[in-house]
Design a protein around this ligand. Structure first.
Ligand SMILES: [Zn+2]
Length: 310
């Protein structure tokens, strides 16, 4: 008995389906791709489900391989399902070019879904030899050992693990019902934005109303800048109001980039990499001194030792 999960494994046999071409072509287009599914599964597909493209054994002959390399078994893409199942018609016959079966892949009575590749792993697939001993992954028997169909459910914990390995995350945009998969850097920016904007900045604004250094007071320009960077802070430090200064754009950039820091008594330290002319242009003066509290000091020590450019 198959348990449906809202996540899918799409199984590729490179002997019958030109996956390399399919994945490289899909880099060029944002149009939905169609995928033929077994009729008995037609009621289980919905928009906004997710899945992975999987390759099992590549049994192509040398002649069939041509200039392609033999594919190792693994996950080659992360996809989003964007339509429910529909009966195939002539419009869906475009995928014949990927079908190596010599017969037309368009047959009346077949069903297909539309999907979008959200993360193309063709250049860096997740090989089963590297990931199959991870518990959430080895427990998904269909992913590792395959199945005789073009699609089969994938366990949610396995899907989440695959996202994690790829350093991806799914977020739901608040404006509409769209979901996005985030890559590493985007993920960090979004998290920084979320923590920064919702809690951290508000807390800082509650305690300060001006740039810590130059007293600029227009709230629209004030940035919540972490002293010990967000990316290396623990959960507490990320939102600790003492780990932040409210700064104007110039001073945020300089502090964040390690061009300035502060002694425990509040006197400014200027990196030798910031020349006199730029100091003047960016409103840095060696006489600047800021007010600190005791809780700021451990974060500033980190900043002086690890961020300040010497
Ligand atoms: Zn300033």
């Amino acid at each position: 008995m198959i348990k449906y999960t809202n996540f899918w494994i799409f199984l590729n046999n490179p002997k019958y389906w030109d996956l390399e071409k399919f994945l490289s072509d899909s880099k060029e287009t944002s149009l939905p791709l169609t995928w033929t599914i077994p009729k008995f599964q037609k009621d289980y597909f919905y928009p906004n489900q997710y899945g992975v493209l999987r390759v099992g054994k590549d049994k192509r002959t040398l002649k069939e391989l041509g200039s392609n390399k033999r594919l190792e078994s693994g996950v080659y893409a992360i996809v989003q399902i964007i339509s429910s199942a529909k009966e195939k018609n002539e419009e869906h016959a475009w995928d014949n070019i990927y079908n190596l079966n010599n017969e037309s892949s368009y047959l009346r009575g077949q069903y297909c879904i539309e999907l979008k590749i959200i993360h193309n792993l063709v250049d860096a697939p997740l090989f089963f030899k590297d990931i199959s001993n991870i518990p959430q992954i080895e427990n998904d028997k269909y992913l590792i050992s395959g199945y005789q169909a073009s699609s089969i459910p994938l366990s949610e914990s396995c899907f989440n693990k695959l996202l994690k390995i790829s350093n991806l995350d799914i977020v739901n945009s608040e404006k509409n019902d769209e979901y996005f998969i985030l890559t590493g850097l985007e993920k960090e920016i979004i998290s920084k934005y979320r923590v920064g904007q919702t809690n951290f900045r508000n807390n800082l604004l509650f305690h300060q109303s001006r740039c810590k250094i130059c007293k600029l007071s227009n709230e629209n320009f004030l940035i919540a800048s972490h002293i010990k960077p967000w990316s290396v802070s623990n959960e507490f430090e990320k939102v600790d109001v003492h780990n932040g200064f409210l700064l104007c754009p110039h001073h945020d950039k300089l502090f964040d980039g390690g061009y300035i820091s502060f002694k425990d008594n509040g006197e400014i330290l200027i990196s030798p990499l910031l020349n006199q002319a730029d100091q003047l242009l960016m409103n840095v003066n060696s006489k600047f001194k800021i007010k600190l509290n005791n809780e700021n000091l451990k974060y500033l020590k980190y900043h002086r030792e690890n961020i300040l450019k010497k």
